[in-house]
Ligand binder design. Sequence first.
Ligand code: 8ID
Ligand code: ZN
Length: 349
Amino acid sequence: NIPSEQWAQVVEKTGGPIVYKKIPVQKPGPDEVLINIKYSGVCHTDLHAMMGDWPLDTKLPLVGGHEGAGVVVALGSLVEDIQIGDYAGVKWINGTCLQCSFCQQADEPLCAKALMSGYTVDGTFQQYCIAKAAHVARIPKDCDLEAIAPILCAGITVYKGLKESGARPGQTVAIVGAGGGLGSLACQYAKAMGIEVIAIDSGEEKKAMTAKLGARHFVDFSTTKDLVGDVKALTEDGLGPHAAILVAVNEKPFQQATEYLRPRGVVVAIGLPAGAYLRAPVFESVIRMISIKGSYVGNRRDTAEAIEFFRRGLINAPYKRCGLSELQKVYDLMLEGKLAGRYVVDTSK
Ligand code: 8ID
Ligand code: ZN
C-alpha cells in the first residue's frame, strides 16, 4: 500500500531555506529497495549540504538526510537477500560500484562512483527513500527504529574513527566536539571499547551529558585559558592522550590537536568545517612521530559492527525528537552550537 505522494523536506536552492512539501514517491530500480523511513537522525552534514559549505556540488532540488531507519516496502527485480517487512537503514553511502579496487578491499567509501544519500541522491528527510540493496544497513527486528537512527551515520563514523585511531583498551582519547551528535556517540563507543575519554566541548549541559555517557574528564574550550596544558594534565603521566577524534565544526581544534597528543599520538580528522586546513609544525610532528589522518564514514562491515554494539545495549546516547516538519528548528540550534547530542525527526509529523 505505497502512496503516490509523500511529505519531504526539500532544498530547492543552495543556502536554503528548506521547504516542507509533498513530492512523488519514487520506484526502486532493479538493484534497489524502497524503504518507508520512520525516523531520521539530523547530521551536521545535512546543514553543510544545504549551505553549500563543501567543494562538491549537491543535486538540486535535494532531499537531505542520511540516518534513516525504516521498513522495506518494495524490492527491485534483482534483489534477493532482503525482504519486504525487514527493518533497514539508509546511510551516507547509498551505493557504490562494488567492482573497483577500493570496493574489492572493503573501502567502499573511497569508491569514485559512490552515491551519497542526501547529497548526490535524495535522502531520508522523506517518508519513502530509495537505496542500493547491497548497501542498505540490515537492522535486527529487536532494535528500536527511533533510537537506532543516529547510529546510521554518527555511530558508524565514530566507531570507524576510533578503530582508525589505533587506540587500545586502557588508552586515552580526546573527543573534540564531544557534546555534539557524533561526539556523544564517540563517548559511548569509546567507553564500550574500554578506551578512556577526555571530552572537549563547551557549556554545562554538554559537560553533564558527556559525563553521563562515560567521559572521565571534560575540558571547556570556551573558558579554559590553556587547553593544551589542561588536556595533558588530565592524563596519568601528563604526556597527553593517545589519539584525538576531531568531530568539531571549527578549524582551530584541528590545528591544536598535535600539541596535546603524546608522542606517537594519532590525529583522526572527522569533522568537516567549511574551508578549513590541517596545519602542524613539521619539526615537532617528526620528532614526536605524530600521525594525522582522515576518517570517512565506514564500510558495510563497520556498519554491521556499529549496529551490533547498539543491539547489545552498549550504546544508548540520549537524543531529542521532533517532527520532520520542524527540521529548520534543528538546523538553527546546530548553527548556534546549542544542540547537545542528536535530534531524530519523525517522518509522520
Ligand atoms: O565521515 C565523516 N568524516 C563524517 C561523517 C558524519 C559527519 C563527518 N561528519 C562531520 C559533519 O559534517 C560535521 O562537520 O562531522 C562534523 C560534526 O557533525 P555533528 O556531530 O553532526 O555536528 P554537531 O552536532 O553540530 O556537533 C559539533 C560539536 O562541535 C563542538 C560544538 O559545540 C558541537 O557540540 N565544537 C565546535 I563548533 N568548536 C569546538 C571546539 N573548538 C567544538 N568542540 C571543541 N572545541
Ligand atoms: Zn552524517
